[in-house]
Design a binder for this molecule. Structure first.
Ligand code: SF4
Length: 362
């Protein structure tokens, strides 16, 4: 069991305090913070501006990185999926998605997931454990270093989405701490409005988010327009049914400021939740709660053991047409990285043999 403090999971102030506690001046803490986050170094050995004795001491008492990259899969569309292991040998998955104007990194908040959404492969792992703030931040550092080289400035902006394995709002404190660390201008400097966190509907945390000023954009995974169907597809609905969920969403929406985004995600499952009647039910539901958030339609990403197929594109388009005709802004999301099991709902620590796989043994 790793007992040493992971310095990547400490804020700049905490790091200064840690350094003072071991009898060193606080500015060394700020130096280390810059080295770990702005220069994205992953070992104390590389922080050559620190005296050798301090580097050796840190190696004994702390860690600069704890995740090990086991394999990397590269999709035909440039998407990269990393399968990593924690110090206690649990899987963590991260996906890097290059786009014309920006890159998006999809990170995991838990190893596995306790929720049992029936369209998601991650659900089959169950919850292994929640990730620490350091393990969340490290995923971003590893993906950026792999894409651009250690410490190299990304040529485009970096967006983060908390849509990997796990329910982020069941690991709320670690998530918010990691986001605070990543927002630091002397570090990665990825500010909250570049981050979107998706929840299956943990109502108390949606309400809590509504009270915060520094917060990520919010996405709600809805998947069904009625409680009956949502109970089946997303059992969390039995605890917080649609009425309660949308009530909390309205509270959140009322606090939205310029530049913040709020969306609903609706996975499209062939013959399950994609009929014209269901599109009307969904539009009426959102209108009833006076919600103006955009709906993202996401064609399901097929994954072997799951009993679903993606809705045909024609049905996705007609679903969109009905929503829009009732005043609901709608967008169809293009799936990325399906061939390497990097797409939404496909993360389940899968090892492939039919794709480009490279071990980069961090
Ligand atoms: S969809 Fe998200 S919340 Fe649901 S089981 Fe998968 S990882 Fe967990």
């Amino acid at each position: 069991m790793e007992k040493r403090t992971n310095l990547t999971g400490l804020s700049k102030a905490e790091l200064a305090e840690f350094i003072e506690q071991i009898g060193e001046p606080a500015y060394r803490g700020r130096q280390i913070f810059g080295a770990l986050h702005q220069r994205r170094l992953q070992s104390f050995e590389e922080i050559t501006e620190l005296p050798k004795a301090l580097r050796e001491r840190l190696q004994k008492e702390a860690t600069a990185s704890t995740l090990k990259v086991e394999s990397r899969y590269i999709s035909e569309d440039g998407t990269r999926r990393y399968l990593m292991k924690t110090h206690d040998n649990l899987p963590v998955e991260t996906v890097f998605i290059p786009e014309e104007r920006r890159d998006t990194i999809c990170f995991s908040s838990q190893s596995g997931c306790p929720l049992q959404c029936t369209f998601c492969l991650t659900a089959q792992l169950g919850l292994l454990r929640s990730l620490t703030p350091g393990e969340i931040v490290e995923q971003i550092i590893i993906a950026l270093n792999d894409a651009y080289g250690v410490g190299e400035k990304p040529p485009r902006g970096t967006n983060l989405v908390g849509m990997g394995a796990g329910e982020p709002f069941l690991n709320f404190d670690s998530l918010m701490k990691a986001l605070g660390i990543m927002a630091d201008p002397q570090g990665l400097f990825i500010v909250p409005h570049r981050v979107t966190v998706s929840t299956a509907g943990v109502v108390p945390r949606i309400r809590e988010l509504a009270t915060l000023t520094q917060r990520p954009n919010l996405a709600i995974s809805l998947a069904a327009p009625t409680d009956n169907l949502r109970d089946e597809l997303m059992p969390i609905n039995k605890k917080w049914p649609i009425g309660e969920l949308l009530g909390a969403c309205k509270e959140f929406e009322q606090t939205i400021k310029a530049g913040e985004r709020f969306t609903f995600e609706y996975v499209m499952l062939d013959g399950i939740n994609d009929s014209g009647e269901q599109a009307r039910q969904l539009a009426n539901l959102l209108n009833r709660y006076d919600l103006h958030a955009r709906v993202n339609l996401i064609p399901h990403n097929p994954a072997d053991p799951l009993p679903y197929q993606p809705s045909p594109m024609a049905r996705v388009e007609s679903f969109k047409y009905i929503l829009e005709s009732k005043g609901v802004r709608t967008f169809v999301r293009r799936p990325r990285g399906r061939d390497i099991f990097a797409a939404c709902g496909q993360l389940a620590a899968r090892r492939e043999t039919n794709t480009i796989q490279q071990s980069i043994g961090a």
